[in-house]
Design a binder for this molecule. Structure first.
Ligand code: CAA
Length: 283
């Protein structure tokens, strides 16, 4: 029975997961490597909940109760009494594996270790632990409080009890689950990222301006955001990292990252989070 959830990382995904978990009634502990990241994550959660109160969707009391359920800390030891730990750290392969080896030592033997990775192999991460049957992919979408999907990914060793426990937790958070097997990019990013990457090729080749590409896909295909706007929301570095995983993991040239995407990342244009990506957010 899952009652307390640990969240690794207080960035846009980690804070979003902490928020939906607390609203669902779970006790939450969110850990990051520095207090400044935790402060930023908590202030984002507070702002969103304040907005919900202003819109009449929540009461002050409900917000206070939800916020009271979230504890923060800078040590992984905080996770020792968690039933489920969801990792939402940076999308770096080696870092994730090291992290899971550490979590395996700290977490209760029966605790489930989930990763919010958008493309790294669950099977490979699980192999760094002594409990691969209790390791699972729990891929929330951005922005977490709004998007209804959680993609659940079964590693080679993930057992049924683990899978049904995380499905139940995701449903309690108001999400619908789509089940995927453990292949690069799983379902959502295997389909979404090549589209975003192609939008960068279309831009690089001068087929269209950013505005015409995004308008084309919004009004022509009824997408809520154009692919370039969406790339800026996700983070261009994350998009590039996922394309690299698809390219190396599947070995097909159709997944080669667009050189313009790489150029933007090299220059520090990472999207909304850095103030500039395809579009400029500083003005
Ligand atoms: N965080 C929390 N809430 C947010 C938000 C954010 N960043 N952005 C918008 N919202 C909320 C708003 O407060 C509003 O809430 P209410 O309905 O309660 O008023 C609601 O979402 C709608 O917002 P807006 O009216 O401002 O704007 P919108 O209708 O244009 O919707 C959007 C914004 C939900 C982001 C929409 O444009 C959309 O769905 N975009 C596509 C997002 C998407 O594709 N995400 C998946 C990315 S892929 C991924 O995450 C996987 C990966 O591994 C990379």
């Amino acid at each position: 029975m899952i009652e307390k959830i640990g969240v690794v990382g207080a960035g846009q995904m980690g804070a979003g997961i902490a928020q939906v978990a607390a609203l669902a009634g779970y006790g939450v502990v969110m850990v990051d490597i520095g207090q400044e990241y935790l402060d930023r994550g908590m202030s984002g959660i507070e702002k969103q909940l304040a907005r919900a109160v202003a819109k009449g969707k929540m009461t002050e009391n409900e917000v206070a109760t939800a916020l009271g359920r979230i504890k923060t800390g800078i040590s992984y030891e905080e996770f020792s009494d968690c039933d489920l730990i969801v990792e939402a750290a940076t999308e770096k392969k080696e870092l994730k594996r090291e992290l899971f080896a550490k979590l395996d030592v700290i977490a209760k033997p029966e605790a489930i270790l989930a990763t919010n990775t958008s493309s790294i192999s669950i099977t490979w991460i699980a192999a760094a632990t002594r409990r691969p049957e209790k390791v699972v992919g729990m891929h929330f979408m951005n922005p977490v409080p709004v998007m209804k999907l959680v993609e659940l990914i079964r590693g080679l060793a993930t057992d049924d009890a683990t899978f049904s426990a995380v499905r139940e937790a995701a449903e309690k958070m108001g999400k619908t689950c789509a089940e995927a097997q453990d292949y690069p990019g799983f379902i959502v990013n295997r389909i979404l990222m090549p589209m975003i990457n192609e939008a960068f090729y279309v831009l690089m080749e001068g087929v269209g301006t950013p505005e015409s590409i995004d308008t084309g896909m919004k009004l022509g295909c009824n997408h809520p955001m154009g692919p370039l706007e969406l790339a800026d929301l996700i983070g261009l570095d994350t998009c590039l990292a996922i394309m690299e995983v698809l390219h190396s993991g599947l070995g097909d040239a159709k997944y080669r990252p667009c050189p313009l995407l790489r150029k933007y990342v090299d220059s520090g244009r990472l999207g909304r989070k850095s103030g500039r990506g395809v579009y400029d957010y500083q003005a």
